[in-house]
Design a binder for this molecule. Structure first.
Ligand SMILES: Cc1cc2nc3c(=O)[nH]c(=O)nc-3n(C[C@H](O)[C@H](O)[C@H](O)COP(=O)(O)OP(=O)(O)OC[C@H]3O[C@@H](n4cnc5c(N)ncnc54)[C@H](O)[C@@H]3O)c2cc1C
Length: 575
């Protein structure tokens, strides 16, 4: 994901000691637990090796849970619908054995994705700066005009007013961010009170509830109703909303996000997810490779993955005083386990597994309680599309081409274009178009990658003909690749971003692992507080692994393990 990615002008990258100890809605430090316990969720104990767990989905959440459980000796089977692992961490290689990659899903990671960074160190992943707008030579195209943006300089002057107003709002969040960085019990307690006041108003200071208004309404609240408070001489009008909607702060438009709840946007900032994005030339799939291929002490996760195995039903009941969880594979075979972790998008839980359907005659228990059931059915998933091309050279770096942008942000079809440098290849990689929401739906009917590419090039040509002329010569068309995540079976959407009023259901889903008594535990970024970020998958994968060990043998968990979050399940009131 990434919406703001505002460059910190001439500022060195944030060091890992400066990042938030926890995300604001969680107030639990997963990475600290890992560091304290040698990177393990628990320890092997007698009896654990006789336990069998099914894990549905071999994305980051399912693989991390499998890796951590196998380290304790628990036997796992990982069921994966596709013929490969990784899920939305999908580093596609256009040419086999070449270093060029198309990151079709996740592509940039900030320091505040702490579990990710913990494992990135373990798996020897080395980041560099991501070429976000304003970090590199950027062209902005708005209302038929082109505005060049020099690297590491303030954005073009058309953005000055909205940028200053947005900055003055973001500054009001600094105390909250600092409390999270402090990471102590008292600082978390104060942070909790401050966030509660923002997400649900209970005082005269803040008259709106960020969880229950849209992003657009949030902007109206800030920059129309209270504009003087944010240093503005005049309230935002049509032009500001249009510019912010089309291009944000020059870093990508917010129009497709105007309907999501305002708290979802604010928590991105508070959690540091929009700060100092990093690029991994090794490919983000090294993370999932690490989980799959690193020895656990009880074998490799990759040897436990069953490919082309779609779980089509899950049933659970106590029979003869023994908990029984059954999974149906590809509508045929039914297998019994002691517990199951479901680590897919919420849409896959509903569409593929029918997890929200009422109990059957044979199995009398519903799998989820009412609030979780509603959450799975209703939480909003964004649409998102990407189209990548491979070029013969990294022409944008060639000195003979003057002023060729490395990044283009438009209010047209392309939206965001990024030139990417994989050092170990001469080929160039260009993410030609990265879109969300409506912008991704616009061209979804055009499925031929090169037909869509032509359309994108034609839409850019009037503004950056130097770039498109060279691109036309350079592009190796047989490798053009696109993805529309909303029409991908097994996913049915790109990433979760709650609508107003949905945070409450998100809360039920996040804490489901502490409350489930039927051996079924949910995981994945769709039930996390950071949909669209790998970290949400890893946090919930760890939570689910802890819940499984807690069911089998609580003594196998170390002190302050993720189950301690049970006491925090209603720490916030989002309604
Ligand atoms: C366009 C896009 C851009 C993104 N950008 C970033 C970014 O820049 N930075 C970042 O940190 N994150 C980013 N993300 C988010 C990141 O990719 C996800 O957070 C992460 O992949 C979620 O992991 P997961 O394990 O929860 O789910 P997934 O990765 O979706 O894995 C779920 C797995 O379950 C499988 N499955 C589904 N249904 C079944 C079934 N019935 N039976 C068996 N298997 C099943 C799927 O095939 C899949 O392999 C982005 C995502 C998208 C789509």
């Amino acid at each position: 994901m990434t919406f703001f990615s505002k460059p910190s002008t001439n500022k060195p990258a944030v060091s890992s000691t400066e990042v938030q100890a926890s995300f604001i809605d969680i107030l639990y430090d997963h990475e600290h637990y890992l560091k304290e316990n040698g990177g393990k969720i628990g320890q092997p104990m007698p009896g654990l090796q006789q336990k069998k767990v099914a894990i549905v989905g071999a994305g980051p959440a399912g693989l991390l849970a499998a890796y951590q459980l196998m380290q304790t000796g628990v036997e796992v089977d990982v069921f994966e619908s596709e013929d490969q692992y990784g899920g939305r961490v999908y580093s596609y290689q256009p040419i086999e054995s070449e270093a060029a990659l198309f990151e079709m899903g996740a592509m940039r990671v900030p320091p505040s994705e702490k579990i990710f960074n913990f494992y990135a160190d373990v798996f020897d992943m080395h980041p560099s700066e991501f070429p976000d707008p304003g970090k590199v030579m950027t062209d902005i195209i708005f209302d038929g005009e082109k505005y060049p943006w020099e690297a590491n300089q303030p954005p073009p002057s058309i953005f000055t007013a909205i940028s200053e107003s947005w900055d003055s709002f973001v500054t009001t969040l600094d105390p909250l961010i600092n409390l999270l960085k402090e990471g102590t019990k008292p600082s978390f307690e104060t942070a909790l009170k401050q966030w509660q006041l923002l997400i649900k108003s209970g005082n005269s200071e803040n008259t709106v509830s960020y969880s229950n208004i849209s992003f657009y309404e949030g902007l109206v609240h800030l920059f129309v109703d209270n504009y003087k408070k944010y240093g503005l001489e005049n309230p935002w009008g049509e032009k500001e909303f249009s510019l912010f909607g089309a291009l944000g702060l020059g870093s990508g438009g917010f129009g497709p996000l105007y309907q999501v709840n305002f708290a979802e946007i604010v928590r991105l900032i508070v959690n540091g997810l929009e700060t100092d994005q990093r690029f991994y030339a090794c490919g983000l799939d090294r993370l999932v490779d690490g989980f799959a291929t690193t020895e656990t002490g009880f074998g490799l996760v990759k040897d436990r993955i069953k490919y082309d195995c779609k779980i089509t039903k899950i049933e659970t009941e106590i029979r003869d005083s023994r908990r029984e969880v059954k999974v149906e594979v590809n509508y045929r075979d039914t297998l019994a386990y002691d517990a199951v972790i479901v680590a897919t998008t919420t849409r896959s839980m509903q569409v593929d597994m029918g997890i929200t359907l009422p109990p059957t005659e044979d199995y009398h228990e519903p799998i989820l309680d009412t609030d979780c059931n509603t959450g799975v059915r209703q939480l909003h998933l964004m649409n998102s599309s990407k189209l990548f091309v491979l070029t013969r050279t990294k022409f944008w770096k060639d000195k003979k081409h003057q002023n060729i942008p490395e990044n283009i942000q438009t209010d047209g079809l392309v939206k965001g274009l990024y030139c990417l440098d994989y050092p170990d290849t001469d080929h160039g990689v260009i993410l030609m178009s990265y879109t969300w929401g409506d912008d991704s739906t616009k061209y979804i009917a055009i499925k031929d990658p090169n037909e869509r590419l032509n359309l994108l090039i034609d839409s850019l040509k009037p503004f950056v003909s130097d770039f498109t002329d060279i691109l036309n010569d350079e592009v190796i068309r047989e490798h053009t690749k696109l993805i529309d995540w909303q029409d991908q079976a097994n996913f049915y959407g790109a990433f979760k971003l709650n609508y107003p009023g949905q945070d409450f259901y998100n809360q039920s889903l996040y804490y489901q692992f502490t409350q489930s008594r039927n051996g079924v535990y949910l995981a994945g970024d769709s039930i996390s507080w950071s949909g669209g970020w790998i970290e949400g998958a890893l946090q919930t994968g760890m939570n689910a692994a802890a819940a499984v060990l807690n069911q089998f043998c609580p003594e196998s968990l170390f002190n302050d393990n993720p189950m301690t979050q049970a006491t925090q399940a209603d720490q916030y009131d989002y309604r």
